[in-house]
Write a protein that binds this ligand. Structure first.
Ligand code: THU
Length: 137
């Protein structure tokens, strides 16, 4: 991906971050997911007084894309803290693996970011092939 495209995606993540509902952690996060057809789906974190009912920005963005019928993606950009690169949690990595999101961009700002492949962040993942065509006990 070109640097200018990465920055554009991070800007969208920054916009999504402004919508975060995070009264408990006070840690707003925004994500922008690029579909292969060029559409961008935004997500922010959405917390709940019953903490496990909370949802991360990345899964919110992926859910919007899936709801819109998209299944193929090019990248996801994430911005949380402006002081550090926000890395996706384990559950979000699992969901990114399900939909083969190949490139993960973790930004402090649109100009300051790191990029990772899915394989780097989530190696040796549990694969669908392990479930299918196996005899049940
Ligand atoms: N969070 C995200 O939305 N994405 C991440 O990549 C890391 C963590 C959220 C979950 C929770 O609302 C808050 O950040 C603090 O953990």
């Amino acid at each position: 991906m070109k640097a200018s495209d990465i920055q554009g995606l991070l800007e969208q993540a920054e916009e999504a971050r402004k919508k975060s509902y995070s009264p408990y952690s006070r840690y707003p996060v925004g994500a922008a997911l690029l579909s292969e057809d060029g559409t961008v789906y935004r997500g922010c974190n959405m917390e709940n007084v019953s903490y496990p009912a909370s949802l991360c920005a990345e899964r919110n963005a992926i859910g919007s894309a899936i709801t819109d019928g998209k299944r193929r993606f090019s990248a996801i950009a994430i911005i949380g803290s402006h002081e550090d690169y926000t890395m996706p949690c384990g559950i979000c990595r699992q969901v990114m693996a399900e939909f083969h999101v190949p490139l993960i961009i973790c930004g402090k700002s649109p100009d300051d970011y790191r990029t990772y492949t899915l394989e780097e962040l989530f190696p040796s993942s549990f694969k669908a092939e392990e479930l299918i065509h196996k005899e049940n006990p």
